[in-house]
Design a protein. Structure first.
Length: 87
């Protein structure tokens, strides 16, 4: 999965992760991923249904794609830290 690493996108992702860490106290996870995880519950909270609906109108299946992207970023970070992948 290729990521757009322009400065604008990196800044937006950083703000997203920072905001998510303030709200949920989980680091390096985006708000979209946390929304997607909440939507996986049998009875998702209202905030997740509303935000998920909005995000899905921007990009189809946005929250699930965000979860996959966060997993890929974490995997890449492990590869860099293990010396398998150059930063």
């Amino acid at each position: 999965m290729a990521f757009n690493n322009s400065y604008g996108v990196l800044l937006a992702r950083t703000i997203d992760v920072l905001t998510c860490s303030w709200i949920w106290r989980d680091y390096d996870i985006t708000i979209s991923s946390m929304t997607g995880l909440a939507l996986r519950a049998q009875q998702p909270p209202r905030w997740a249904r509303v935000l998920g609906w909005c995000l899905d109108h921007i990009e189809a299946n946005h929250c699930e794609l965000a979860i996959a992207a966060d997993k890929q970023r974490a995997t890449n970070a492990l590869l860099v830290l293990n010396g398998t992948l150059k930063p």
